[in-house]
Design a protein around this ligand. Sequence first.
Ligand code: SF4
Length: 186
Amino acid sequence: MKIRLAAYLQPDSIVDGEGIRTVIWTQGCPHHCFGCQNPETWDFDGGAEVEIDEVKRIIDGLKGQDGITFSGGDPMMQPAACAEIAKYARSKGLNIWCYTGYDYETLLKLAKTKKEYMDFLKQIDVLVDGKFILEQKTFNAIFRGSSNQRIIDVPASLKNNRVELVKKYLTKKPYSNRERVTGVYI
Ligand code: SF4
């Protein structure tokens, strides 16, 4: 199986989820949010296809990472490939975050007709959902660009059959200098 990526895997990010993370930039996004920072990732024929085994090999070589973040583009356009990578990363002790322009409820509907959506959701620890809305852009929150987006605890949401937000991010102010340096957001 292959995955279409917008860029090489990016290790050592401290802004794409909690801790020190490697970002997988997927290629292809149908949402076309006004003000998107990565419009070059919209084209479904852009970027390059990469074998999943090659991504796994890169993951094997990572050092000092807390987790993997799927971003893009919209990773939910390639759920089967992302699910396989996420499952492998978890087996290596890495946690999983995912950014998507879909909202969680829509993903659950998609999962009813396409099994791979649930396969991927089950591998995700934290989902940041919803389109970027320029009018709701905020600098007063971490890990999301606009206030409509939610930071969702996926295992708890699936278990309780309702959206469960990650509570520690609800009142969180922007990064402190210490957090910027350490990458630890507690
Ligand atoms: S969902 Fe993300 S990548 Fe897609 S257009 Fe919106 S901000 Fe850009």
